[in-house]
Design a protein around this ligand. Structure first.
Ligand code: F6P
Length: 401
């Protein structure tokens, strides 16, 4: 193996530049050159048309900042199978031959992984480095922790304006049909309520929790200030189990509907409950906030950071994981493995698994939700019973970081 191509694909996120740097440095230590295949699978398909590729020499690596999110290699959402050209795989192979590329390290999520299986089936050597801010793969995926930190920061920062205006705030966050980033980001900000795709929302429960928490908070404050923080996953479902999505947002290149509108929906549902609740006017009067015809009930506002949750910074966990997993991807490729995913790299131990297994969607474990319900956080359902089961740990303690 003399030359490897690196591809990043799907939605960008934190930690990808660390994957690139880890792969390039490991390859250099093995006398293998790494080149960037730009713009994900679009670039792979168009290699035949390109004049040159950027080699990740030590000099070029200097300008790749692992602390920044996004990817120096660029992204696209292109599913090779969907390309109509019947010679598409030959075209890709010719492109790889043209640049003397013997194998690929490809970082992406489930859609990217499905293309890896496709390419590996065509005899193209590729190893997968798991990446997605949605965290819905079976293994940890680079970008997850950075997104969680961003969600937590945004929710926590919003409290200053929430407290100043006594507003209820709803933060709608990316994560597609899995609630991992909303869940852990919400916990990271000590949110009052977290709405996940895994739990169809009963708004009566949410309203009851909001009213109790918010009113008691404002009443307990010497300056009559309070807020209530809700994190809503973009893929959350209504009580019937239907995803709340504004269909006018359209579909992406993989055919997935673009999710939008969860925050607005939550606001409207809570406003409707508040409008019909006589206790609200009494509360406003009791706390000296009531101004007839002008200010008669607390306001609810939704905030949608959108792509900001996966932009900006790469947090340290993702830089660590990204470096290790990128390096491990090269080591696996060098040994001739293909169609596999790096699931963990710790020192000299590199664990991998068939990509087909790793890309099976993973959802939030509801037993973990029940623990936080016991701690008073609302998840849009009547709290489930939480029964601690005590077990002595057997075997090796996993490394935490
Ligand atoms: O899958 C990652 C993700 O960030 C989702 O959480 C989000 O729904 C989607 O990508 C947005 O995709 P795009 O950047 O293509 O609009």
């Amino acid at each position: 193996m003399k030359r490897i191509g690196i591809i990043t694909s799907g939605g960008d996120c934190g930690g990808l530049n660390a994957v690139i740097k880890g792969a390039a440095r490991m390859a250099a230590s093995m006398d293998i050159e790494v080149v960037v295949i730009p713009n994900g699978y679009a670039g792979l398909y168009n290699l035949t048309e390109m004049e040159s590729l950027v080699a990740l020499t030590p000099e070029r690596l200097v300008s790749i900042d692992v602390t920044r999110a996004g990817s120096e290699a660029g992204h696209s959402r292109v599913k090779i199978k969907k390309i109509e050209n019947p010679d598409k795989y030959d075209r890709i192979k010719k492109g790889l031959e043209k640049f003397g590329i013997d194998g690929l390290v490809i970082s992406g999520g489930d859609d990217t992984g499905s293309v890896i299986l496709d390419l590996a089936g065509q005899g193209i050597k590729c190893v997968h480095v798991p990446k997605t801010m949605d965290m819905d793969l079976q293994s940890y995926s680079v970008g997850g922790d950075s997104a969680i930190n961003r969600v937590a920061e945004f929710m926590s920062d919003l409290r200053t304006t929430g407290m100043s205006h006594n507003r209820v705030l709803v933060l709608e966050v990316f994560g597609r049909y899995a609630g991992h980033t909303a869940f852990r980001g919400g916990i990271g900000a000590d949110a009052d309520c977290i709405l996940l795709p895994e739990i169809p929302v009963d708004f009566e429960v949410v309203y009851g929790h909001m009213k109790r928490t918010y009113i008691s908070r404002v009443k307990a404050s010497d300056v009559r200030a309070g807020t209530y923080a809700i994190v809503a996953a973009e893929g959350m479902k209504d009580a019937k189990g239907e995803v709340i999505a504004d269909e006018s947002a359209g579909k992406d290149a993989f055919g997935h509907i673009k999710l939008a509108g969860a925050g607005k929906y939550v606001r409207k549902r809570l406003e409707a409950f508040m409008k019909d609740d006589p206790d609200i006017e009494a509360f406003m009067k009791d706390t000296g906030a009531y101004v007839p015809g002008v200010y008669v009930k607390p306001e609810i506002r939704e905030v949608t950071p959108g792509h900001l949750v996966r932009s900006g910074r790469s947090f340290a966990y993702d830089v660590n994981f990204g470096m290790e997993a990128g390096a491990a991807g090269v080591a696996l490729l060098k040994e001739g493995l293909t169609g596999v995913t790096v699931v963990r790299a710790a020192g000299s131990e590199i664990f991998y698994q068939a990509t087909a297994e790793v890309i099976k969607q993973r959802h939030v474990d509801l037993s973990e939700v029940a623990l936080f319900e016991r701690l008073g956080i609302c998840f849009g359902r009547k709290p489930e019973e939480y029964k601690p089961e005590l077990k002595a740990w057997e075997g090796k303690i996993e490394r935490h970081m």
